[in-house]
Design a protein around this ligand. Sequence first.
Ligand code: ATR
Length: 278
Amino acid sequence: MINGHTQLYGIIGDPVEHSLSPAMHNAAFQALGINAVYLAMRPMHLQEGFHGLRSLGFVGVSVTVPFKVAVMEWLDTVDPVAKAIGAVNTLHFQPALDGSITCHGYNTDWLGANRALAEAIDLTGSTILILGAGGAARAIGFGLRQEGARILLTNRSEAIGRRLADELQACFIPPAAIADVRADALVNATSVGMQPHDGAIPIAPDLLDRFTVVMDIVYAPLETRLLKEAATRGCHTIDGLRMLLHQGAAQFRLWTGLEPPAEVMRTALVNAFHARCA
Ligand code: ATR
């Protein structure tokens, strides 16, 4: 029940009304009997909104597109991996000794991707091919580097792909050379295959049997064409909601210090996803 003691959490983004995170985090609070609420918020003015969150006593806030870089300016500390990625998706407001409220920024996108992949393979020493070189590929790449995976990266725009590959100390694979690659896992970090373009696939289906595991960050549809084609070729597949789940679980752990109820969160995510599509 919401009352005078209810702790405030939420997500800022634009647009934000279709976010699945409120369903996931509120289900987790409820399952653990925590008096807290998680809201979706679209700030009219980001800086004012950020300071508003701080002064109104918010505890934890997720940050999504397009604010992941801009909010970094006002943080008291930024986690080193988030700094390397250049984006934060998690804010944690904490009281300082002098009574002021400090704000600490983290990135759990990479943790979500690592955790989702680690359910299927041992990342250390594995070879992973990342498709894409945008913000998602960047977070996933830095995360895999933390785990000691060998990273291969390809991208439609070669110059952009090479730049990110250099930063990650990864090997850039020109799109024309993908046919020569074999790897433990393939991660689609592009938006290819997302509704309404569900028929699209970011790699030729015939090449999928070179990978043991295939993960897609796209979760609408839940079973993308990439995952369907991969499953028919015997690959272990990981859908985009697993990464979303694990990045949310990492946020929950950070904010509450408690072990998140992962199954409850996954069910809430899937239900919210289907309700959104209905
Ligand atoms: P995000 O921050 O969510 O990762 P982004 O920065 O727009 O999004 O990155 C999108 C990625 O998907 C890029 O790697 C992009 O390739 P380009 O660098 O060539 O633009 C890739 N992408 C998007 N649409 C694509 C398509 N139709 N075919 C191949 N790659 C595509």
